[in-house]
Design a protein around this ligand. Structure first.
Ligand code: CUO
Length: 672
């Protein structure tokens, strides 16, 4: 269970102890005030005085119990979270914030507390340079097999700190190979991927104060980031002899893919419910969550969204028509579909994507007769584990693509960069053949002790196995027949053949391209050679940042600190490249140099974490690429283009590459 004592932050061997005014404690603990303060005895380190302020009333925020699960997809939970975020954003200074936090920490639902505080820290002027600790350290129960905690506790109780052995999580623990969907479990259950998804939704909440939600192109980024997840997942499926994921179009049909998560919520002391094969969703009537929704509502919303796409405009709450323009239409549609508070008409277009998560999350107990909570798809830290997540998002993406197919294709002059031609592409990994990327399993250790309450304390590591690739370098040669100028280098990859082994029609293959990197380049007149390391990708963040903890691995002061902040968001670098196959999986690497003058956003990004903007944007800045997200693959091809080769203009080039999987496991890199 979560500790009930005043908040503390461990630092080295000693704990920083907050001295909490007695009236902050829950009624049950008030009589014990002094005893609690001395509870850590010799372990107590620095003492932090918590200011005694007049506390804001928490009102119905406490109506969500401390031992219940919490999800932003549930309207009641969002409403309560919105209130708590506003309290955290509203206090005058950091001392008052600390005071309110200490008070709230002991009185509100812990998941909700963690979420609201994270959002507030990201958005307050006076705290935005603080790190947000990765949620895996606060709530490891959302990420790892529940059996780990008993074993970890046992290890911690018996073995002194320093000699503890890591608890190993097997790679295959949620199903066996009888279930063919299990072949891609390593992707769905990857800790880094799930952390990225949690972080993305933390940075881009769909409800709350307008200034927090209304980030530049957030509706479009909702579309693009999730489109890329589906593209990457489809590539993994092809690597594993599975077809592309089937869209969940018919809401009333049985869902054949089952999922048994084997996660227990430590806060709620309950297992996450499983979805057995061939269940159907039902109308929802759950008083406890204040949800009453029919499948009919979903179908009406969907039809209205399709109608808007085909009419070319949406209708606002006040009855005005808002045109879905070529460039901005997708952003409006993203907010409508998700939906966010920026949707121009939530009454009419509803809350389609979010409610889809909820219908699926309550498939096992739609009217709460069994007193069950939601399944993993009902919450952003765990949603990507379930195969039905991808079926749902493939459907959502298909609606976005319907819109994209109504806008004009790119003409060649919107693609070409006159006088710039890519003359060669090569990728090279050390000790490997040219144009071949090697993948393998790697083991890594993460310290989960912060999220588990046991004595004596000290690190307890969990060892998990994840996909990894050998780092490589792109070597791209570019001929520039004009004077010195700048370009944007865009690198994508896609499978070369479809599931039947046939070459793609371009209009299908374009949905399979996933981004690997995007960066500006200076072009001299004549021949240019670009050398770029895979580790520099602006899609990914390094392993250490995905898993970073509050006070470890932290650069000190000034720019280094500012660089480090915010950006726990980013695709995990170890998942940059799909698994491939033992025989070698054939892919196509696509490189385009576009005209920088048409791409560039004039803004300063000094002090901003800017190394994973492709899926996450830049904090407090404009999205740093003026093109539509997914460019040049986001629109149907111009007339006459049937193949990728026919699509290419002089500034683009394609290179065949092979992704070769070697079934070996590399031991952990380090223990910290
Ligand atoms: Cu990220 Cu459906 O939006 O999970």
């Amino acid at each position: 269970d979560r500790p009930q004592e005043p908040v503390f932050v461990p630092k080295g061997d000693k704990k920083t102890v907050f001295k909490v005014p007695n009236n902050y404690l829950a009624d049950r603990y008030k009589p014990l005030g002094v005893t609690l303060a001395n509870r850590f005895g010799e372990d107590a380190g620095e003492q932090v005085d918590v200011k005694d302020i007049s506390l804001p009333p928490l009102g119905d925020i406490t109506s969500l119990g401390r031992h219940e699960n919490f999800s932003l997809f549930i309207p009641k939970h969002r409403r309560l979270a919105g209130k708590l975020i506003n309290i955290f954003l509203g206090v005058r200074n950091v001392d008052d914030l600390l005071a309110v936090c200490v008070y709230a920490r002991d009185n509100v639902n812990p998941y909700m507390f963690n979420y609201c505080l994270s959002v507030a820290l990201l958005h307050r002027q006076d705290t935005k340079d603080l790190d947000i600790p990765s949620i895996i350290h606060s709530f490891p129960d959302k990420y790892v097999d529940s059996s780990v905690f008993t074993r970890a506790r046992e290890e911690a109780t018996i073995v002194p700190d320093g000699s503890r052995a890591p608890i190993e999580i097997p790679r295959d623990y949620t199903a066996s190979d009888l279930e063919e969907e299990h072949r891609v479990a390593y992707f769905r259950e990857d800790l880094g991927i799930n952390l990225h998804h949690w972080h993305w939704h933390l940075v881009y909440p769909f409800e709350g104060a307008r200034e927090v939600v209304a980030k530049n192109r957030r509706g479009e980024l909702f579309f693009y980031m999730h489109q890329q997840i589906v593209a990457r997942y489809n590539c993994e499926r092809l690597c594993n002899q599975l077809r592309r994921v089937e869209r969940l179009i018919n809401l009333r049909e049985p869902i054949k893919e089952a999922y048994f998560p084997k996660l227990d919520s430590l806060v709620a002391s309950r297992s996450y419910p499983a979805r057995v094969a061939n269940q159907r969703i039902s109308n929802l009537n759950r008083e406890v969550d204040q949800i009453q929704q029919d499948i009919d509502d979903m179908e009406r919303w969907r039809d209205r969204i399709y109608a808007a796409i085909h009419q070319g405009f949406v209708q606002s709450e006040s009855g005005q028509n808002i045109t879905l323009t070529e460039n901005e239409g997708i952003d409006i549609l993203g907010n409508i579909m998700e939906s966010s508070i920026l949707s121009p008409n939530r009454t009419f277009y509803g809350d389609y994507h979010n409610m889809g998560h909820i219908f699926l999350a309550y498939i096992h107990d739609p009217d709460h007769r069994h007193l069950e909570s939601f399944g993993v798809i009902g919450d952003s830290p765990t949603a990507m584990r379930d195969p039905v997540f991808y079926r749902w998002h493939a459907h959502i993406d298909d609606i976005f693509q319907e819109f994209k197919s109504t806008i004009p294709s790119y003409a060649t002059d919107q693609l070409d960069y006159q006088g710039v031609s890519v003359t060669g592409i090569e990728i090279q990994a050390q000790g490997s053949e040219r144009n071949r990327i090697n993948t393998f399993w790697q083991q890594s250790d993460v310290d989960l002790s912060r999220g588990i309450d046991f004595q004596p304390r000290g690190p307890v590591f969990v060892r998990f196995t994840h996909l990894q690739h050998q780092e490589f370098t792109y070597r791209i040669t570019v001929n520039n027949s004009g004077g010195s100028r700048m370009g944007t280098c865009r690198i994508f990859m896609a499978p070369k053949f479809d599931e039947k082994g046939n070459p793609w029609l371009f209009n299908d293959q374009r949905h399979m391209f996933f981004e690997l990197d995007k960066f500006p380049i200076n072009l001299r007149s004549g021949q240019n050679t670009i050398n770029r390391s895979s580790t520099q990708s602006t899609v990914t963040i390094p392993f250490e940042r995905t898993f970073r903890d509050w006070d470890t691995n932290r650069p000190q002061g000034g720019d280094a600190l500012a660089q480090f902040n915010f950006c726990g968001c980013g695709w995990p670098h170890h998942m940059l490249i799909p698994k491939g196959t033992a025989e070698g999986f054939q892919c196509q690497l696509f490189v385009m140099i576009s005209n920088y003058n048409n791409d560039h956003i004039d803004q300063s990004i000094v002090g901003t974490c800017n190394d994973a903007f492709a899926y996450c944007g830049l904090k407090d800045r404009l999205y740093p690429d003026r093109r539509s997200m997914g460019y040049p693959f986001d629109r149907t091809p111009r007339n006459g283009v049937r193949t990728l080769q026919q699509f290419l203009t002089g500034n683009m080039r394609v290179q065949d590459v092979v992704v070769q999987f070697n079934n070996r496991t590399v031991r952990p890199r380090s223990n910290n």
